[in-house]
Design a binder for this molecule. Structure first.
Ligand code: NAP
Ligand code: MG
Length: 402
């Protein structure tokens, strides 16, 4: 069988530890035998980030801007322990943070559903995708402890020196205070990324804040979304039969629980932080979450939501058997290949991505899976495979479908 040809390279961002090991296996076993894979390779493994003073991360993000689609392996975000382990020159920043800042993107997370791994909420038959705004609010807040009586005010000093004041509170005793901000530009980017992704994946978009209580702060989020929707996306949404709706966060939570899934839920920074953990747990497994960074200009970076699976890597180094689930990393590849196929008008490549995803799902549904899933699947015919065996089983299923 002739290999599927590509036109434009994918930006390939290699990573660390166990996910770096499965990265190579996925390429060798599941992609390269079938696709004449074209990539521009960037090694984001911690050693090479350190060798290049993290320039490689910046270069990979710039390349993503140029080509439009990247696929990223999980990477170590250094902490004190990693400084020693890798003899680092500096505690380099999280690559995801660096890439996100350059692409100005929003991260969309969605679970991969398979029969047998049942969500705790029985009516969630389709995935719910969470979009979390990744700038500002309490994450860039400044705080003070107020020791005793006194007045706290917000003061805005314009460039010409004029001051605007707003009383926060007249303290009679001790207390606490917090100031936070966001930027019109950042909220606009967030909104556009969400609307683009909704159009792209043909899903409805929900957005919710607490605008009844926060009449200026949250209300501005609501207004910006509405204005961008009306002026830039309404027509496309209507043509595609999609819906954008805004509701209060309390109402959204109630509706989400009652829903069947199949939409995107856009959240402010804190709401997204909390709700994405809630959803990931409720859908059953961290190893089955995909993640894609979408820029407001329509640039895409696909990855798995989990980390480098450090504990498994140390076992692997000792020559012990591991059972690491490669599905989310495989879906990062298929997401990127499908998007590349769509942009370059290569239907065969898109079809291959669909078939590889189906092969993962039917392999699990046939009872063959890694340990993390074997522990939670309710079925009599579960066969727990090791890392390599699982990828081999997916290859067999895939070959049968080609
Ligand atoms: P992790 O790699 O996500 O793993 C946490 C635990 O979840 C694992 O020990 C494993 O449980 C289970 N798990 C996660 N993915 C799995 C998979 N594919 N198959 C089977 N089990 C899986 O998180 P971490 O251990 O907290 O972080 C390790 C490193 O990853 C850190 O250096 C962190 O900086 C980095 N990280 C990177 C990203 C990213 O690049 N996007 C995201 C998060 C963390 P058991 O050990 O019980 O089997
Ligand atoms: Mg969190």
């Amino acid at each position: 069988m002739a290999k599927i040809q590509m036109k434009t390279p994918l930006v390939e961002m290699d990573g660390d530890e166990m996910t770096r090991v499965i990265w190579q296996m996925i390429k060798d076993e599941l992609i390269c035998p079938f696709v004449d894979l074209k990539t521009e390779y960037y090694d984001l493994g911690l050693k090479h980030r350190n060798d290049t003073n993290d320039q490689v991360t910046i270069d990979s993000a710039e390349a993503t801007k140029k080509y439009g689609v990247a696929v990223k392996c999980a990477t170590i975000t250094p902490n004190a322990a990693r400084m020693d382990e890798y003899d680092l020159k500096e505690m380099w920043k999280s690559p995801n943070g660096t890439i996100r800042a350059i692409l100005d993107g929003t991260v969309f997370r969605a679970p991969i559903l398979v029969k047998g791994v049942e969500p705790y909420v029985k009516n969630w038959v389709k995935p719910i995708t969470i979009a979390r705004h990744a700038y500002g609010d309490v994450y860039k807040g400044s705080e003070m402890k107020i020791p005793g009586p006194g007045k706290v005010e917000l003061v805005y000093t314009a460039e010409d020196g004029t001051e605007t004041r707003e009383l926060v509170h007249n303290f009679k005793g001790s207390g606490i205070v917090q100031g936070m901000h966001n930027l019109t530009e950042s909220i606009e980017s967030f909104a556009r990324s969400c609307f683009n992704f909704a159009v792209d994946t043909k899903q409805d978009l929900w957005f919710a804040t607490k605008d009844t209580i926060s009449k200026k702060y949250d209300h501005t989020f609501k207004d910006i979304f509405q204005e961008i929707y009306d002026n830039e996306y309404k027509e496309t949404f209507e043509k595609l039969g999609l819906e954008y709706f805004y509701t209060l966060i309390d109402d959204a939570v109630a509706r989400v629980i009652r829903s069947n899934g199949g939409y995107i839920w856009a959240c402010k920074n804190y709401d997204g932080d909390v709700m994405s953990d809630m959803l990931a747990t409720a859908y059953g497994s961290l190893s089955m979450m995909t993640s894609v960074l979408v820029s407001p200009k329509g640039v895409y970076e696909y990855e798995a939501a989990h980390g480098t699976v450090q504990r498994h890597y140390y076992k692997h180094l000792k020559g012990e058997e591991t059972s690491t689930n490669s599905i989310a990393t495989i879906f990062a590849w298929t997401g990127a290949l499908r998007k590349r196929g769509e942009m370059d008008n290569l239907p065969e490549l898109m079809e291959f991505a669909d078939k590889l995803e189906k092969a993962c799902i039917s392999t699990v549904e046939s009872g063959k899976m890694t340990k993390d899933l074997a522990l939670i699947v309710k079925s009599d015919s579960v066969q727990a495979l090791n890392t390599q065996e699982f990828i081999g089983a997916v290859r067999e299923t895939l070959e049968a479908s080609l």
